[in-house]
Design a protein around this ligand. Structure first.
Ligand SMILES: [Zn+2]
Length: 105
């Protein structure tokens, strides 16, 4: 995500993607804490945690987003998360995640 021009699985340059709704639940596959802003516009946002989430739906659909629990959150491999939305503009919201430990997925 977002859809690429080349299918990562078979290499097709005409992958025929379709959009399908998903539950918004998944588990953390990897994460990193971003401490340096490479663009001036992000200077006020660091540090933040970026998570690589495998969604609950079959097909190994993965999505990268910010973890909204804050820089002190302690993510772990396989921890359940659910999608939340980070509003970046009046008309634009991007998917982000929050830890869902102890919450039924
Ligand atoms: Zn393919």
């Amino acid at each position: 995500m977002p859809p690429d021009q080349v299918c990562h699985r078979c290499g097709s340059t005409d992958p025929n993607y379709t959009f399908e709704p998903v539950s918004g639940h998944g588990v953390i596959r990897s994460w990193t804490t971003v401490r340096q802003a490479f663009l001036p516009g992000f200077a006020d946002d660091v540090p933040f945690v970026l998570v690589d989430v495998e969604l609950a739906e079959p097909g190994e659909v993965r999505l990268i987003g910010r973890l909204l629990d804050g820089p002190e959150a302690s993510p772990r491999l396989g921890a359940p998360v659910r999608v939340d939305w980070e509003r970046v503009d009046d008309d634009v919201a991007v998917p982000a995640f929050v830890l869902a430990e102890g919450v039924a997925a």
